[in-house]
Design a binder for this molecule. Structure first.
Ligand code: C5P
Length: 273
């Protein structure tokens, strides 16, 4: 790696997230449609001894600790590197964050170590960084055909949620999976209709832990979103809108009315190879 390399770490969005079972070791079986956004963190990797520097609007939400996922990813790959992480996404917010950062470090290092999933269940999907159906614990990935352009609004109430705690608070762990095979999702109307029949099974336990999530969902619905749902284990919620102008108008109104919230719009990321 003679030159510094910049690598985008796109935010991950769970358009649906069905929890279909639990393994004896406590991990949950999932069935989820996952897409990636233009919006994300940025990782720069330069030659030198292993180190991490944090910049960006959400850098204060993280500390430079040995267990930072960027450092763990480089160590798992057996590589030295000076890593800079521009943290543009809120921390512990259900949109990939740490897993996307770890995957970006591995892409920048052109490394694909074994036992990737030990970094986190979402690291394999973030390494793929393209629309997929994700099953198992997150390791069974089925690529989706190209999706229509999506205008996404993201709303986060300004506080993080612990993923293990949300899973622990889940009342029912054997929920129905998504239909198999999936219908043709390349048509926007079909995709929205299909998603309306899907769920995020972590929404109810996350709301029980953090009632502000209900307020985020209500604000998105009040703006006329075609779909309003929480991503991952929360607390970030998303709305799908008919177009970028509608999403942007909703963003401006929700941000003005809720100064403590993080509100952003994005399209889908171009697929990585
Ligand atoms: O793998 P990751 O570090 O993202 O997972 C955090 C925690 O979330 C795990 O320790 C586990 O408690 C829970 N989890 C789960 N089932 C999954 C993914 C995560 O129970 N498929």
């Amino acid at each position: 790696m003679p030159q510094p390399r910049r690598e985008a770490a796109p935010a991950k969005l769970n358009l649906s997230l069905h929890v279909t079972g639990r393994r004896p070791d406590g991990y949950h079986l999932l069935d989820s449609l996952v897409v990636f956004l233009e919006l994300g963190d940025m990782v720069t990797v330069a030659p030198g001894p292993l180190s991490l520097r944090l910049t960006g609007p959400f850098a204060q939400g993280l500390a430079v600790e040995p267990d930072n996922l960027c450092l763990r990813a480089a160590r798992l790959a057996g590589r030295e590197a000076r890593i800079t992480l521009e943290k543009n996404l809120p921390v512990a917010s259900g949109i990939g964050g740490g897993s996307a950062d770890a995957a970006a470090v591995l892409r920048a290092l052109e490394a694909r170590p074994e036992r990737l999933e030990t970094l986190g269940a979402d690291v394999p999907v973030c390494l793929a960084s393209r629309p997929v159906r994700m099953r198992g614990l997150g390791e069974i990935l089925t690529p989706l055909p190209p999706l229509p352009p999506l205008a996404v609004l993201l709303v986060n109430p300004g506080c993080g949620l612990s993923t293990p705690q949300v899973f622990k608070s889940l009342m029912r762990r054997d929920n129905p999976p998504m239909p198999d095979p999936l219908p043709d999702l390349s048509d926007a109307g079909m995709l929205i209709g299909f998603l309306q029949d899907c769920r995020n099974d972590l929404e109810a336990p996350a709301i029980a832990l953090m009632p502000e999530i209900s307020a985020c969902l209500a604000a998105i619905r009040a703006e006329g979103a075609q779909l309003a749902r929480m991503s991952g284990s929360g607390a970030t919620c998303f709305g799908l809108f008919a177009g970028a102008a509608e999403a942007e108008a909703a963003r401006a109104r929700i941000a003005a009315a809720n100064p403590g919230w993080w509100v952003a719009t994005s399209g889908l990321a171009p697929a990585k190879l």
